[in-house]
Design a protein around this ligand. Structure first.
Ligand SMILES: C[S@@+](CC[C@H](N)C(=O)[O-])C[C@H]1O[C@@H](n2cnc3c(N)ncnc32)[C@H](O)[C@@H]1O
Length: 219
């Protein structure tokens, strides 16, 4: 199973972090950084689709251990070079739909800005894979974009499965059609309900976050 965005993010790796420079988003990003670090403090974290490690850098010093994964070696190369990392942090290539092979025991999983790239029909399988890595209990953390006209690329089309797509241009002039969904809080809660005891969805101006508690009492 793929998101169809693998090649796009491989090509975008070197310029990806520019998305975090958008001036209108800085207050939200500051709030999310302040929120994330204590949330993952002391936890053994599996990061899925870590990309260039922007969020890894936010919480890595507070976490007990981190395995940051992505399907693309190119984005992970940017992540490795981002800063000096604690020895408790490692990076490795892994498919978000095949997390079983990632070595380690985890009590937290974070996937930032990945949910939006998963086809609606594939979300259940992705979330089941997440829950299987947290069978002993823990939290799953998701963060993603809300659609804000003028700040996001416009939606170019919707497919028969309800997935939405944007047309994006990279600095080399290449044009890409990228799957990008913008779920409502109710849709996020409904998707997480089968794997989670509790689901807390929070909306900021430009982003949403979800924290799922998983464990023995999970439905
Ligand atoms: C929008 S970026 C998010 C990167 C990072 N989490 C962040 O928030 O800055 C999406 C990431 O998903 C990765 N990706 C796409 N398909 C994937 C897959 N099937 N398995 C793992 N990672 C994938 C891309 O390589 C890219 O790094």
């Amino acid at each position: 199973m793929t998101t169809g965005t693998e090649d796009y993010y491989r090509a975008r790796a070197a310029e990806y972090d520019l998305v975090y420079d958008k001036p209108e988003r800085q207050d939200d990003l500051r709030s999310m950084r302040d929120w994330l670090r204590p949330l993952l403090a002391g936890r053994r974290v599996l990061e899925v689709a870590a990309g260039t490690g922007y969020w890894t850098a936010v919480y890595a010093d507070a976490a007990a251990a981190v395995v940051a994964t992505d399907v693309n070696a190119q984005t992970l190369a940017v992540a490795r070079g981002r800063r000096h990392w604690p020895t408790t942090v490692s990076f490795s290539c892994a498919d978000a739909f095949d997390l079983a092979g990632v070595p380690g025991d985890f009590d937290a999983i974070i996937a930032g800005f990945f949910w939006s790239h998963v086809r609606l029909g594939d979300l259940g399988r992705f979330l089941t894979g997440v829950s299987e890595r947290l069978a002993g209990g823990g939290i799953a953390v998701f963060m993603d974009n809300r659609y804000v006209a003028g700040s996001n690329y416009p939606l170019a089309r919707t497919d028969s499965g309800g997935n939405t797509y944007q047309r994006r241009t990279l600095s080399d002039g290449s044009i890409w059609e990228v799957l990008k969904n913008f779920p409502s809080p109710a849709q996020v809660r409904a998707a997480c309900a089968p794997i989670a005891r509790t689901v807390t969805v929070t909306e900021l101006d430009y982003y949403w976050t979800a924290v799922c508690e998983l464990g023995p009492g999970a439905r």
